[in-house]
Design a protein around this ligand. Sequence first.
Ligand SMILES: [Mg+2]
Ligand SMILES: [Zn+2]
Length: 208
Amino acid sequence: MTSDVGTADRGLRTADSGQRTADRAVFVDRDGTLIHEVGYLSRLQDVKWFPGTMDAIRLLNRAGYLVCVVTNQGGIGLGLCDEAFVHSVHAAMDAELSASGAKVDGWYFCPHHPHAVVESLKTPCGCRKPGRAMIDAAVREHGIDLSRSWVIGDRDVDVRLAHAVGARGVLVTTGHGARDLERFGRALPDGTLVASDLSEAVAEVLTR
Ligand SMILES: [Mg+2]
Ligand SMILES: [Zn+2]
């Protein structure tokens, strides 16, 4: 099993051939997981990091995991913000991350929504979680072994997505997580782990 599309300083090498194996990745949700959930974030000043986010991302970087953000941004379809705004949020987050020595390898968002005011952004789409198209795009770009990868997020759709792609899922109880845990509980996919926040989720990932 080899991949030639991994990030240059990552992929593991097999001892005999020197060929790269596919990378492991952690796919993280944005709102309610990296930053506070504010309900359709539409102002840059509402970006508020959870205290452990930078450290958690840095730990994943150091452990050799690719880190990809996968986020439903249905607010675009609803006309509450636009794609340019979402790009500017991610650029601002990227700058803060890199200032603290942490790195996100890819940012993916779904602009669609079932009640979109923009007709072309009405679901069904393949990318709105638990749809898998954002993860498939990351796999094409980076060469990722999903069986050794994780999805961390605060919604049932995040852990359902993990299950759908053959990765492991961690539900964090920040954001909507406590509510979704109560609401879906045993209906969440088998093997779903629960963590109090991203830091605890990452600590768990790093023991596996
Ligand atoms: Mg979320
Ligand atoms: Zn979509």
